[in-house]
Design a protein around this ligand. Structure first.
Ligand SMILES: [Zn+2]
Length: 238
């Protein structure tokens, strides 16, 4: 038998096996057709002019939760989110004796302005900070500016929070049961405020997140004000 004849005999089975493998791979891809969620547009820490202190290595963590906050302070008309985020960082960095918190960087990883702009805060690979009593390790902190005990959350803020949470949960493989509000993990707070918490509580928020995951554009209708909740909409920055 010549060498050519041998190679020809063995080529056909190999070719058939290859074709079979390709078709299995192709089927596999179509079976898991969840579209990949793109990271929403953000204003990076560099863009708003961050000036953090080094965060100690022992504060690195593996994110498993997404925890949503409000600022708990009314958003005043005419406020500038760039100024607000720089002031929050500067105040937190001050020592406790000087009226600060001794925080090396912002207490949250993302902050959402009333017009829906998403600002990046502390790098996600480091645990956040809190004034309340819960273990912050493995939490991604998302803060929505405003006081939703006294102001209504804007539809732009909710839409940005939905897109951000959809992307974060994909990126860090956060389970739906681990997505919630600050008051779900700490007892001593009303955060993230009645007018936002209602959408977490009734499941609408997760429903909108699931629509984004399915590649759909959710129609976010915030409905009428709560009976004993705030009525005034948060003012939008100029
Ligand atoms: Zn909070």
């Amino acid at each position: 038998m010549s060498i050519h004849r041998v190679s020809l005999v063995y080529t056909w089975p190999v070719l058939i096996l290859c074709l079979a493998a390709i078709s299995v791979l192709a089927n596999d891809e179509s079976a898991q057709s969840q579209p990949s969620i793109e990271k929403p547009e953000t204003i990076t820490a560099e863009q708003w002019g961050t000036d953090p202190l080094p965060i100690p290595e022992e504060r690195r963590h593996t994110p498993k939760f997404i925890t949503i906050h409000h600022a708990g302070v009314d958003w005043v008309a005419g406020s500038d989110p760039y100024e607000k985020i720089r002031n929050l960082q500067a105040w937190g960095k001050k020592s406790v004796e000087d009226g600060g918190k001794d925080w090396p960087d912002l207490p949250y990883h993302f902050l959402i302005a009333p017009d829906g702009r998403i600002f990046e805060g502390r790098p996600v690979e480091y645990e956040p900070e809190t004034n309340t009593n819960y273990d912050v390790n493995s939490h991604i902190g998302v803060q929505i500016w405003g006081n939703f005990q006294a102001q209504r959350v804007s539809p732009q803020q909710v839409a940005s929070a939905v897109n951000l949470v959809a992307w974060l949960s994909q990126e860090y493989e956060v389970e739906d049961a681990q997505i919630g509000g600050h008051r779900d993990v700490a007892e001593d707070t009303t955060c993230p405020g009645a007018d936002f918490y209602r959408y977490l509580e009734d499941g609408q928020f997760l429903g909108w997140v699931n629509q984004v995951r399915a590649g759909e554009l959710p129609e976010i209708d915030l409905g009428p004000p709560l009976e004993d909740g705030p009525i005034e909409m948060i003012p939008l920055p100029e």
